[in-house]
Design a protein around this ligand. Structure first.
Ligand SMILES: Cc1cc2nc3c(=O)[nH]c(=O)nc-3n(C[C@H](O)[C@H](O)[C@H](O)COP(=O)(O)O)c2cc1C
Ligand SMILES: Nc1ncnc2c1ncn2[C@@H]1O[C@H](COP(=O)(O)OP(=O)(O)OP(=O)(O)O)[C@@H](O)[C@H]1O
Length: 309
């Protein structure tokens, strides 16, 4: 797959899918699948246009939108799906002020679009004034086709990046996974913690995440990671360690089972299988340890059930 950060010198005929694709969820996958079908019919590749930063971050910085996936992950999913070229263009205020007509003339036509695929709720151009109907009209004028995909739903719920973010913030990992079609994950660098964990018999890797990404609701989770190519199971706490502190910044810490390597400074990705419980304040270390023993058994049972996924 090619990744390009500017428009091509010459038009290269393509089918183009448009959107942000944060999380590359099942709705996005359905859209891309439709794009592939069109691409096969037209004998060209399927390309995708995404912007960086995510337009919401530029348009509404005050909302502090947190993302489900990094650009690298979005690109990886697209490569796995067989996308030919991803145009990864900067989203500037100038781009935000481009009218729908200009967007088509200055971006889509130079890309060589023969056909464009968008979802029912796609908006484009200044103040989001362009909608799928306008895109179809502009396609008619300039000679490219436009497919508009109906809303993809699961159990009557429309799949969207925002609904998945909401589920993760509420700790509903099952719902988030079913809408995503894959497990939610967290990534970051392992840093030094208070080093109490190893004394307790539950050493933890403290993970420093980037401010751009969404952190799930506080609580305890069954997780796994790939460390040096090996799937290592574990349990994660996202919280403020109320047993030890009145007030503390939220930390993400993972205890891996059957693992004793040095993870400091390593970048790790944690795949979240299930939420086990809320974080609690215990009456001392012994009570906490009893609960950690139980969490360990519960997490192992959950992870064993999902091992073959
Ligand atoms: C799976 C798991 C569950 C945890 N649950 C709680 C909890 O409910 N309440 C709490 O105060 N601390 C909880 N902790 C955090 C421990 O207090 C923390 O791991 C311990 O203080 C060691 O971390 P440190 O070395 O960074 O201090 C949990 C930790 C893990 C790994
Ligand atoms: N459930 C869905 N069914 C069909 N198309 C979808 C669905 N969700 C998104 N799309 C389409 O996929 C493309 C990329 O989606 P985009 O990431 O912009 O939207 P989204 O997932 O709805 O995100 P958000 O919730 O942030 O609006 C767009 O063309 C969008 O219309």
């Amino acid at each position: 797959m090619q990744v390009r950060t500017s428009l091509p010198m010459e038009r290269e005929p393509c089918v183009l899918a448009l959107g942000n694709f944060d999380g590359v969820h099942l709705g996005h996958r359905k859209l891309l699948l439709h794009g592939f079908e069109q691409a096969v019919v037209l004998g060209v590749g399927l390309d995708v246009l995404i912007f960086e930063p995510h337009p919401l971050k530029v348009l509404f910085p005050e909302r502090g939108v947190k993302l489900l996936s990094s650009t690298q992950e979005r690109l990886q999913y697209m490569e796995e799906l067989g996308v030919h070229t991803v145009y990864h263009l900067p989203f500037t205020l100038e781009m935000a002020n481009t009218s729908p007509e200009e967007f088509v003339e200055k971006i889509l036509l130079p890309l060589g679009v023969m056909h464009v695929v968008v979802g029912f709720n796609y908006s484009f151009g200044a103040q989001g004034k362009g909608n799928p109907e306008l895109l179809q009209a502009l396609g008619h004028k300039h000679g490219f086709g436009v497919s508009v995909l109906q809303a993809q739903t699961i159990d009557g719920r429309v799949i969207s990046s925002s609904s998945i973010r909401k589920a993760i913030l509420q700790g509903d990992i099952q719902l988030a996974s079913s809408l995503l079609g894959h497990l939610p994950c967290l990534r970051g660098t392992v840093i030094h913690g208070e080093e109490r964990g190893r004394i307790l018999g539950y050493p933890t890797a403290n993970i420093l995440t980037s401010d751009d990404f969404l952190i799930p609701k506080r609580g305890v989770y069954a997780i796994w990671s790939l460390i040096d190519g090996r799937r290592v199971l574990g349990m994660m706490n996202i919280g403020m360690k109320p047993t030890f502190h009145e007030m503390y910044d939220t930390v993400v810490e993972v205890h891996f089972f059957d693992f004793d390597g040095n993870l400091y400074e390593k970048e790790i990705t944690v795949f979240i299988e299930a939420r086990l419980r809320d974080e609690r304040k215990f009456d001392g270390v012994n009570e906490l340890l009893k609960q950690l023993d139980k969490d360990c058994s519960t997490a192992k049972a959950v992870l064993n059930q999902t091992r073959d996924r």
